[in-house]
Each structure stands twice: as structure tokens, then as C-alpha cells.
Design a protein around this ligand. Sequence first.
Ligand code: MG
Length: 369
Amino acid sequence: MKRVAILGSTGSVGRQALDVVRCSEGLLGVHSLVCFGNLDRLLQQAMEFRPEVTAILSPTGREPGWVSTGPASIREAVEGADLVLNAISGSAGLDASLLCQELGLQLALANKESLVVGGELLHAHLTSGSVIPVDSEHSTIHRCMAGEGIRPLGITLTASGGALRDLPLEEAAAATAEVVLRHPTWSMGARITVDSASLVNKAFEVIEARWLFPGIPVSTVVHPQSVVHSLLRLADGSFKAILGTPDMRIPIQYALLGRKTEPLLVAEDSPLDWPKLDFLQVDPDRFPAFALVCEAGERGEGLPSAANGADEVAVEAFLGGRILFGAIPLVIERVLDDFRPRTIREPADVFEADREARLKARAIVEDLA
Ligand code: MG
């Protein structure tokens, strides 16, 4: 039995990972459960899975004595695990990824911010092959590359285009949180659903792909059906892809069980379910934040951290009804314009870049609100 530390167990990916454990017929066990602040759900999960360590990062004050609290409990939770699933939300997940590197622990990475803001710092763990992506697009590329003898030429990430894809531009810019949160194909957390509609999520995934698959050019197409989970182009000109109805449990299962195990969770799809598969260019007028964040990724030097911090603040303000959807790219653009590039040598550099970006973003949001 592989014993998994599940960081972010009460979130969308964490809950689907527990589904995978339930279906694994004893191949997977839960070593530890860590959540941010949802104590009630955490306690329910602990009753069912009986982990060695149960921890909450932001305690409510109602914790029973056997629940560990505070940031130091992450170390307690990952020590002794065979594999760590990092499904913590946002840049707060970087610490946990760095800890896995320090302790030499296999990392199933659902927290893309770890690579977006701190790819430089995770270089050793990446090159040792200890990071398995959980993000569906990267999981696809990982699977397509495994055992493939022909040299890869390029990666094409697919983007659904989010909930606002077909709205007139002015309507999209003024869309409310309620409309944006109705994602057409994937079921995910709130921030990532907003980031899907702005394509900021896809730009983060471009950065993530560069760290996971260095030296391979990355491009993006809009693919509204979300059936093709990304494509790998090979040196003989052919494309490899994985197709299926969107279900995050499939990449989670692959990351936790690996490709040598017979999967237990099986999607019941037929190609007849997909009579039409469209691929479209990314429209820069509809998705202005996409190019901004991709460019920040190419430049590096803390700019991806700044873009991420600005986006988190902007999305929070949007979800709280304080700014319009169309203002999100504006906040990111102004933060990046003012940001002073710096070399990322240690976690403190990332956190300082993040702190400065958030401060600036909050001031811009105040201006716009
Ligand atoms: Mg993804």
C-alpha cells in the first residue's frame, strides 16, 4: 500500500483524490490529511480514513487535541509518507513543495503556483524526476512522453475558453461572479474557474509546462469541448494526445498510482460522445491577460510571482463584487508595469515579490472599486 499525504484535502482536488483512494482497493492509503480551514469536513474525512496525522493550517479554536495546527504541521504530515499530493491552493503551496524536495519525497503536484512562482527553487526535484503533474494538461503530456522513443518537438496546451468564451466582449467584461463560475466543462475551485475564464490559468500552465518539460516549445489553442487534454508533437510530425470527458480523478489517479498499475477508476466514454472537436486560436482581445502573464513567465525574475499575486488579489476583489471581470487584466498589467525584476535565489525572494505585488494590486483595486 502506498501511503499518501493529502495537502488540501477539503478542496476540490483533495476530495477527488480521496475518491481515488476509496476506489483503490487497498493500493492507496491516507497517511495524513491537511486542510486550510474547513474543520468540519476535515473531521469527517479523518473519521473515514483514519490518517496518522490530521492537521489544519488556519485553526478555528474548536480543534480536538489530536488535530495538529499551524504551518509547522505540514512537516509532521509529510514525514513518513510514500507520496505527497500537494493540492494546497495558491502560492502558499510552494513551502510544501520545497519541503518535499528537502526530504526527497515523491510529489504529485496539483499546486501549479509552486512552479509558477518558484520553479527556479524546485529545479533539483524536477530534474530528479520526483515531480508528477496532476494538472490535466501536464498529466497528458507526461503520459504521452512516457515510453515514447521519438523526440518531442512541441507541446500544445488546450484551453476551454471558460464560461465567457461566446459572450460579446462588452458583456464578458461586465460579467458577474455568478456567470463566470458556471464553467462549461470542468468542475473546479472558484479562483481557478475565474482564471479559466480570463485564460490566466492557461498562462500559468504555459509557465508550469516550461518547468516540467524544459526545452520543448509550448503553444496554446482554445478547444471548447475539453475532450483533448493537450497534444504532444513528435519529430516525425505526428501528434499524441489523450482524449476523454473531463474528470480530474483520471490525472489524480495517474499521479498517485503511476502507469504500471491497473487503474480502478474507469471513465465510460465513447468517441460517439464527441462528434465535433474544435481548435481555435487564442483571441488576444478577448483574453488580454493571457499574453501579459505568458510574457511575465518568459522574462522570469520574479515577474511570474508578481502576476500571480496581482491575479489573486484581483480575483478575490472580483468574487467579492468589488471590481468587474474586465478589470482583472488591468490590475495585472499595472502591477507588472511597476514591478522591479529581481533574481530568485531563495523562498524569501518569492515572498517579497508576492508581497509587493499584492500591496500594489490592493491599491489599484481601491482605485478601480
Ligand atoms: Mg489544467
